[in-house]
Write a protein that binds this ligand. Structure first.
Ligand code: E4P
Length: 220
């Protein structure tokens, strides 16, 4: 399973890259707004830190606008993935950009029917939003399960399932159990993945017992 980090915070990305766990990055207009930077500048810097896919989202809603913005964003670096919304125009843009050789991430997916359309449009990634479905009383994980099951029926679908809108370590675990190709994870949740109170307690106990021996490991 690949881990993408869902942020446009370059300092955070820089420090997470050092863990060796980061395979790519996703951004969206809200995350770019939070960064306070121009999109071109933020995406270029992120692409210099991460060699894997970096999603940069268009903000036009018409086909021509999406194509223009998508081509512009794709020129920033060779690992830019253009993100388009799951609308009729977005899927036309997906098909056109894919045919030009650009990788496309279709975002704002909330149903299996939408995911089928994205695969048929040639998307490289489909982003079903788990947390936002949970927020409205639906079970986001069920959507991930349905999409994986449907895609597995069709070997000619090459779209990777990118579990998005992740709000807890449990979402990551469940997405992995189901076989999602990628999880895009906010930094806070990535940090939580390490945590277990028994690990902290166990380490303290080991160190305490060790100190009592008066020993030191002298590495020669
Ligand atoms: C996906 O690519 C989106 O950027 C993201 O996962 C949205 O998450 P949110 O619902 O927490 O904003």
């Amino acid at each position: 399973m690949k881990f993408f980090v869902d942020t446009a915070d370059v300092a955070e990305i820089r420090s997470l890259v050092e863990t060796g766990f980061i395979d790519g990055v996703t951004t969206n207009p809200s995350l770019i707004a939070q960064s306070g930077r121009r999109i071109e500048e933020a995406i270029a810097e992120i692409c210099s830190l991460v060699s894997g896919p970096v999603s940069a989202e268009v903000t036009a809603t018409d086909l021509n606008g999406m194509l223009k913005e998508g081509r512009y964003l794709a020129k920033i670096a060779s690992n830019v993935v253009v993100k388009v919304p799951l609308t009729p125009e977005g899927l036309k843009a997906c098909r056109a950009l894919t045919q030009e050789g650009t990788l496309v991430n279709v975002t704002l997916c909330f149903s299996a029917a939408q995911a089928i359309l994205a695969a048929k449009a040639g998307a490289s990634f489909i982003s079903p939003f788990i947390g936002r479905l949970d927020d409205v009383g639906e079970t986001g994980m069920d959507l991930i399960h349905q999409i994986i099951q449907i895609y597995s029926n069709y070997p000619d679908f090459h779209t990777q399932v990118l579990a998005a809108s992740i709000r807890s370590p449990l979402h990551v675990i469940e997405a992995a159990r189901m076989g999602a190709d990628v999880a895009t994870i906010p930094p806070k949740i990535l940090h939580q993945l390490y945590k277990h109170p028994l690990t902290d307690k166990g380490l303290l106990d080991f160190l305490d017992d060790w100190q009592k021996t008066g020993q030191q490991i002298i590495a020669i």
